[in-house]
Design a protein around this ligand. Structure first.
Ligand code: PGA
Ligand code: ZN
Length: 428
């Protein structure tokens, strides 16, 4: 008797391990082995996390990694998830994800751990793509043409990502005027190098130490000083008019709940004064994007700003939505924003992330697929952004290996697509 026919892409084994992220903290890496392929993936970790995010399971054992170990999550992959996935088709993403969601049984994936679940979800997608074999982006979504995203490069780091006094977490450059993603990455890199010399000449060499996402972390306090340095760097690099600017305020991190004030630039501002401040910054610096301008429950404040600037500016919701369709539906209803940030690990599976993107696109919102401040070398999001034609990808400065891994993958994807590659910058 011969053995049963081996259907390609059928899951044989699932294995996880503890690896390090870009901040030197543990994270989960998973491997899905099928009858015809292997898929590996690892998950990132945020610092300015939203309250409503799916839960990262950490060991809490202070003797190892200061309590940040993920051996429980690894165990959950190896002992709880793995055995249940054996025999499934690695390409049946919905089924795999739903099975894990059911196994966890909580609303926030806190029992098995969103880090455990997401690692397997992503590794299954990769295993399925490798089994076809196909590039990951075309496995995620089959299309005739693909649109590559505008890189939002975080070149000045503040907030919880840096050891300086800037309240605003991210100062971004966005090369919308490039002809391709490849050219956009070149422009971004050139502005980054110009910024380096601008910062040295203004503030000395210590100003070019970098923060968690590879952006410079100059010893500044005032938002306008950072934006002015950026504007100067864009001009100096010769890309004036082609490279726009944006900010991610991550405003929950400088909001004081008790006094209901925002602490920024040495001032304490009420919501309406902060709104006026954003409008003046937008006018002065022609900001293309403003992310998380208010704290994560301030739907009405978001809506008020969107009403004032939303015609020409993308008001992006990150911590307010946490890639969760329930919270996004509330945002759509209230017209809180006209754009959303999408992070796989805020929700914890590939299929729920895709659902969030599709909901945003139905509402005619712009989509920005994003990394986390704690990252790995996994370039999964470059494929996700390409597959779903997101307008933007936010993945740090064009520096530090874990950031560059995503930009380099976009270079490869655009090369592979050749004339079938479009560039989202033309929309702006
Ligand atoms: P985080 O920051 O990964 O630390 O949450 C990224 C962001 O706020 O966009
Ligand atoms: Zn953000």
């Amino acid at each position: 008797m011969g053995s049963l026919p081996r259907v390609p892409g059928t899951i044989i084994a699932v294995k996880a391990r503890q690896v390090l992220d870009s901040r030197g903290n543990p994270t989960v890496e998973a491997e899905v082995l099928t009858t015809s392929s292997v898929g590996r993936a690892s998950v990132p970790s945020g610092a300015s996390t939203g309250t409503h995010e799916a839960v990262e399971l950490r060991d809490g054992d202070e003797k190892r990694f200061h309590g940040k170990g993920v051996l429980k999550a690894v165990h959950n992959v190896n002992e709880k998830i793995g055995p249940r996935l054996k025999g499934l088709d690695s390409g049946d993403q919905q089924k795999i994800d739903r099975l894990m969601i059911g196994l966890d049984g909580t609303a926030n994936k806190g029992k098995i751990g969103a880090n455990a679940i997401l690692a397997v979800s992503m590794a299954s997608a990769r295993a399925a793509a490798n089994s076809e074999p196909k590039s990951l982006f075309s496995h995620l979504r089959e299309a005739r043409n693909y649109t590559l995203p505008v890189p939002m490069m975080n070149v000045i780091n503040g907030g919880e990502h840096a050891g300086n006094e800037l309240a605003i977490q991210e100062f971004l450059i966005e090369p919308v005027g490039a002809k391709s993603c490849t050219e956009a990455i070149r422009m971004g890199s050139e502005v980054y190098q110009s910024l380096k010399s601008v910062l040295i000449s203004k503030y000395g060499r210590s100003a070019i130490n970098v923060g968690d996402e590879g952006g410079f972390a100059p010893p500044l306090r005032m938002t306008r000083d950072a934006l002015s340095a950026l504007a100067e760097a864009i001009h100096k690099s010769g890309h004036g008019g082609k490279v726009r600017m944006g900010v991610d305020a991550a405003a929950s991190t400088f909001y004081d709940e008790k006094s209901e004030h925002y602490r920024i630039d040495g001032k304490e501002l009420k919501s309406d004064r902060l709104e006026d401040y954003y409008v003046s910054l937008k006018d002065e610096y022609d900001l293309l994007t403003i992310e998380d301008p208010f704290h994560e429950e301030a739907f009405d404040a978001f809506a008020s700003l969107t009403k004032r600037v939303g015609r020409g500016t993308q008001v992006i919701g990150d911590d307010i939505y946490v890639t969760n369709v329930k919270r996004m539906r509330k945002g759509i209803e209230k017209e809180a924003t006209n754009a959303v940030l999408i992070k796989l690990n805020q929700i914890g599976t590939v299929s729920e992330t895709e659902e969030a993107i599709e909901l945003a696109q139905k509402a005619k919102w712009s989509v920005a697929v994003s990394h986390r401040s704690g990252e790995t070398e996994d370039p999964f999001i470059a494929h996700l952004a390409t597959a779903f034609a997101s307008e933007f990808i936010k993945t740090g400065a064009p520096a530090r290996g874990e950031r560059v891994a995503k930009y380099n993958e976009l270079l490869r994807i655009e090369e592979e697509l050749g004339s079938k590659a479009l560039y989202a910058g033309r929309k702006f």
